[in-house]
Every structure is written in C-alpha cells, then in structure tokens.
Design a binder for this molecule. Structure first.
Ligand SMILES: C[S@@+](CC[C@H](N)C(=O)[O-])C[C@H]1O[C@@H](n2cnc3c(N)ncnc32)[C@H](O)[C@@H]1O
Length: 271
C-alpha cells in the first residue's frame, strides 16, 4: 500500500472518528490505554515534545496539560483541522501541523521526547517512522508509543464465552501471516447504532508485525528499550464499562518506551 493510500483512508475516517471519540465511545482508549500510557510517561514538565500521528488531539491535549511544550502532527488534514478546534472544555496550547511520520520536517536532535498514541502500527513504513523519531530526538531523549498488541490483536480472532456471556478465552491465528497490508473495517463497539447512524465504518489500513519484528526494529534503529506495559482493566473498571471485559483475558495494547542513547553513554542526560 502506498503512503498516499494510507492518507486517503484516514481522511475518510477523520470526521466520524472525531465525532464518536469526542462523544466518549472510544472506551478502550479513554479508560484503558490512555491512562496506562500516562501512568508510564516520565515527567515531561518543561520539555519539548513531538506527538506523531496525533489524530484530533485527544491524547495530545493532556500531554500538553502535563507542562510540556508540544508540537503534534498527522498525515490527515481533516484530523488536524479538528485538532486545532478542540472541545471548549479542553483548551490546549499545541502547535499542530500536517506532515508524515516518515518525513518529519524538523532538524536532527530537536526534541526532548516523542510520543505516538496508537499510530505507529498504522504506518506502513515501520522502520522509517522509528528512524525518523530517533533522528529528531536529542541524545538521551525518549520515545514512548502504544500499538495494538502484536500477539493478541490479530486478524483471526474469536472470543470464546462462558454460559454468562463472559469471555474466558480468545481463539487467535495468523500471527506469522505475511506482512501485506489490508483494510480492517470497524467502528467503536461502545457506540450504539443510533450514534453511528449516517456515519461510515472506519477503514483502517493495517499490517502484521510480530513482537520480535517490533523489538528488533527498535534495537536496529539504535534505541535502548526501557519499559513496556500491557494495560489490563481492573474489576471496578469492567463493572463501569462491561465492554472492556475481554481485555482482562488477553492484552490488546502494548506500550513501549525506548531511549536514544545519551552522549558519552549517559542515559537520560538531556532530561
Ligand atoms: C488510531 S489513530 C490515533 C490518533 C491519536 N493519536 C489518538 O490517540 O486518538 C492513528 C493516526 O495515525 C495517523 N497516521 C497514519 N499514517 C500516518 C503518517 N504516515 N504520518 C502521520 N500520521 C499518520 C492517522 O491519520 C491517524 O490520525
């Protein structure tokens, strides 16, 4: 799949995605993945950061709210238009721009940190996005990103349910399937059909990368792997949001933090 095709698909998703996620229907993101991401994020107060693949900015705003000077980009012009008009209750100071993650319009060693909230698995040039992130980070700076879990979010995927309807296992296949990109069609499962009426399902280009491919690409790029997280909801969270129950059985998300080595071997020297 060509980068222009990926952009076209995301332009087609952007309006419905923004409407439904701002209405609170992206439950896995808002109540599971994003809290875990921020729980793992180092202190960013006073640092300059780049958010890569920011969408309509719902994770970029709290990032800036943590006291960082944030620049954020997305390949979709429509998403960036929405991002610069955030909901009134969520003002933010973020510099937004339209650009591709694989051609970052910044000089080498510009930022103290970079983030990618659920965007890197959507970019065909996996090695390219990691290489660009590495290039624009200062020595000692970190990259933290979340992706769909390479082991458990597979194309062949069926929930097995007990007599009460609770998921107790997930049947999975295709982990080693070839790397071709295909289009996954879906919408936020928490959104009632009324909320989705008149809105197209999302069409998301996605690839298949194994866990060793992700980790080896990070290592080959020069990063030092620093921390991982696999968010799992607790029982109170599942009581409030029953749709999350299957995420107690396997991990649907993986959060990774890696660091560009500092000069003279000192880790974290810029921070
Ligand atoms: C699943 S959405 C996540 C959006 C946002 N980070 C969030 O957490 O809500 C993935 C985003 O990656 C963006 N994207 C895909 N390919 C890209 C590329 N080459 N460069 C920059 N952004 C890209 C899409 O336009 C989309 O906004």
């Amino acid at each position: 799949m060509k980068p222009t095709d990926v952009k076209r698909y995301w332009e087609g998703n952007a309006d419905a995605w923004t409407r439904l996620s701002r209405a609170g229907y992206d439950v896995y993101r808002d109540h599971l993945n994003t809290p875990a991401f921020f729980g793992m994020l180092p202190d960013v107060r006073g640092l300059s950061g780049l958010d890569i693949g920011c969408g309509e900015g719902s994770n970029t705003r709290p990032l800036a709210g943590r006291g960082a000077r944030v620049t954020a980009l997305d390949v979709s012009e429509i998403f960036i238009r929405h991002a610069i008009h955030p909901p009134a209750a969520e003002p933010s100071h973020v510099d937004y721009l339209v650009a591709s993650a694989v051609e970052l319009p910044f000089a080498d060693s510009t930022f103290d940190f970079a983030t990618g909230f659920m965007s890197f698995m959507d970019i065909p040039e996996t090695g390219g996005v990691l290489a660009e992130a590495y290039r624009i980070l200062k020595p000692g700076a970190f990259l933290q990103f979340s992706i769909t879990h390479p082991c458990f979010d597979l194309k062949q995927h069926r929930n097995l349910r007990d007599e009460k309807g609770a998921v107790y296992a997930v049947a999975l296949g295709g982990y080693f399937d070839d790397q071709e990109w295909d289009i996954a069609e879906w919408s936020f499962s928490a959104a009632p059909s009324g909320a989705r009426e008149g809105l197209p399902d999302f069409k998301v280009p996605r690839s298949n990368r194994t866990i060793s491919q992700w980790l080896n690409l990070l290592i080959e790029t020069g990063f030092i792997l620093e921390r991982l997280a696999e968010p799992r909801p607790g029982d109170p969270m599942v009581r409030d949001h029953p749709v999350l129950q299957d995420a107690q059985v396997v991990a649907f998300f993986l959060i990774l933090r890696a660091r560009r080595p500092g000069t003279g071997g000192a880790r974290n020297s810029a921070l």
